[in-house]
Design a protein around this ligand. Structure first.
Ligand code: NAP
Length: 474
């Protein structure tokens, strides 16, 4: 909800704002800015011709309700003081320096597009993938559409126990007929149709009380048709420190998660086996850390160390014991979190994978960099759900409002000042109205298949669809 309605201020000297990135962080920053500074003109840039970041390219196709948040973003985009410049990559097509000369304020909202690495032998063997590749592939994200996954194996292993691991497990486990009417990319449906995967192991380095799934997402893993979620009852016998954590009011989610896992264990002991030999199984395993991924030429197994937990409540870490085991698998996904990527011309904290900032103000050492701000995952790291970005962006916008105070900065040209750069050879910026045409084309492509949309999976296809739209003669 946008309240109060955003005013279109009649100003000759608007506050020119550029937002880099059109995911939730970017849109919530636009929303807050347009409300707090009716004199603001917001130009949003994205490297893809399509907006909405991970809501389009990350949220699983069988989670259409989560994608409805785009209706909120569409409303923000309807403001007369908002413009979208898709297919423009900052750092390649335009520099931060060029943006700084055209805008009073720049908000970097470019997310965390790289993956944390395990740093173990065999990580890059064929058959070992990041969850990001798989998620991008089934969502038709142009960077990942050409990836190839070998589903001829019967066993997949997923390292990590967060919501992304949950998405990967669920898509691998779900009968393909249950995905047909989602917006999953057609190439993914075609490949998953022939999947021979039966057993999916979801491996955590800590215990059941420390998993990162949100309870709703965890519960869903027990509701996949023809699939059993399996937890060994003895894994749920918690030590005293874990019990203290669960009993603490702060760990409501952890308590709910353990209850869900207890439900899985009880169902398994009653003989729910996922529908017999044709069914699939998701196995939850705890206190196991991958030591190496092995196989001549491609993944054949992963060696895991058995861990024990050490440390006080809420600060327990996994410590490897000398006990190890080999788990055979033909496909492995590393789902151990994302990492931000540096932007040329902006300080970057390589270790944390974020842009150093204080409440959204980008910092150079102890000094804030005037006019440069940050929000979303590139500000705080890859945590929280979509809605978390709203409060995060409001905090950044409050910092902007505070820094500007009653100041009337000297006029800047905004997008008009970038006309030459945007019109350069090879550049093809996509406006919001053009994205809406892509949107309409995707929805009509999906219709014959009963899908909400069939995404274009290459930038050239998107631009081709635009250029194919014949404008009626006046
Ligand atoms: P995450 O929630 O941080 O989970 C990462 C998992 O990887 C944790 O289990 C972590 O264990 C494990 N891990 C990290 N480093 C490891 C290592 N070296 N070896 C073994 N395990 C390791 O990250 P995510 O799943 O990528 O999700 C990112 C964010 O997106 C989260 O906030 C998530 O909730 C959100 N998201 C939400 C949805 C949804 O709402 N439906 C869907 C997808 C993503 P430790 O706890 O021990 O570090």
């Amino acid at each position: 909800m946008l309240d109060p309605p955003m005013a279109s201020a009649d100003v000759s000297n608007p506050l020119q704002v550029a937002i880099v990135g059109s995911g939730p962080g970017g849109f919530y920053a636009a929303e807050a800015l347009l409300r707090r500074r009716p004199d603001a003109r917001v130009d949003m840039f994205d490297r893809l011709p399509t907006p909405f970041g991970l809501v389009r390219g990350g949220v699983a196709p069988d989670h259409p309700k989560i994608k409805q948040v785009c209706l909120v973003y569409e409303k923000i985009a309807r403001s007369p003081n908002f413009a979208f410049f898709g297919n423009v990559k900052i750092g390649r097509d335009l520099t931060i320096g060029e943006l700084r000369s055209a805008y009073h304020v720049i908000i970097l909202a470019c997310g965390a597009s790289a993956d944390r690495r395990l740093g173990i032998a065999g990580e890059d063997l064929a058959g070992s993938h990041t969850a990001t590749e798989f998620v991008g592939w089934y969502n038709g994200q142009p960077d990942y559409r050409d990836r190839v996954f070998d589903f001829s194996t019967d066993r997949a292993v997923i390292i990590g126990q967060g919501n992304v691991a949950g998405d990967v497990a669920r898509i691998l486990a779900t009968p393909v007929d249950d995905l047909r009417r989602t917006d999953i990319a057609e190439h993914a449906l075609a490949a998953l149709e022939h999947s021979r995967i039966r057993d999916i192991y979801v491996i955590g380095r800590r215990g059941p009380g420390q998993i990162k799934f949100t309870p709703v997402e965890l519960k869903e893993l027990g509701q996949v048709r023809n699939c059993a979620a399996i937890v060994a009852a003895q894994d749920l016998e918690l030590g005293s420190v874990c019990q203290a954590e669960i009993a603490d009011q702060r760990s409501d989610e952890a308590k709910k998660n353990v209850d869900v896992l207890r439900g899985f264990a009880a169902a398994a002991s009653c003989g729910k086996d996922g529908g017999g030999s044709s069914g699939r199984r998701i196995w939850f395993r705890f206190l196991e850390t991958p030591l190496r991924i092995a196989g001549p030429g491609r993944v054949e197994s992963v060696t895991l160390a058995k861990n024990r937990m050490e440390g006080p409540p809420f600060a327990q870490v996994a410590v490897a014991t000398s006990q190890t085991l080999d788990l055979r698998c033909g496909l492995l996904f590393r789902s151990v979190g994302y990492k931000g990527v540096a932007i040329s011309g902006v300080n970057f904290d390589e270790r944390a994978g974020i842009i150093p900032n204080r409440k959204g103000r980008c910092m150079a050492g102890e000094e804030p960099i005037p006019g440069l701000y940050v929000t979303g995952w590139i500000k705080r790291g890859p945590s929280g759900v979509i809605g978390t970005n709203r409060a995060d962006s409001v905090e950044t916008v409050e910092a902007i409002v505070e820094d500007l105070g009653a100041m009337r900065p000297a006029p800047k040209a905004g997008a008009a000042g970038l006309r030459d750069a945007l019109g350069a050879a090879g550049m093809r910026a996509v406006s919001y109205a053009e994205w809406q045409k892509i949107d309409v084309a995707e929805r009509s492509r999906g219709q014959p298949r009963g899908k909400p949309r069939e995404k274009f999976t290459a930038v050239a296809e998107m631009i081709g669809a635009l250029d194919a739209v014949v404008t009626p003669a006046a």
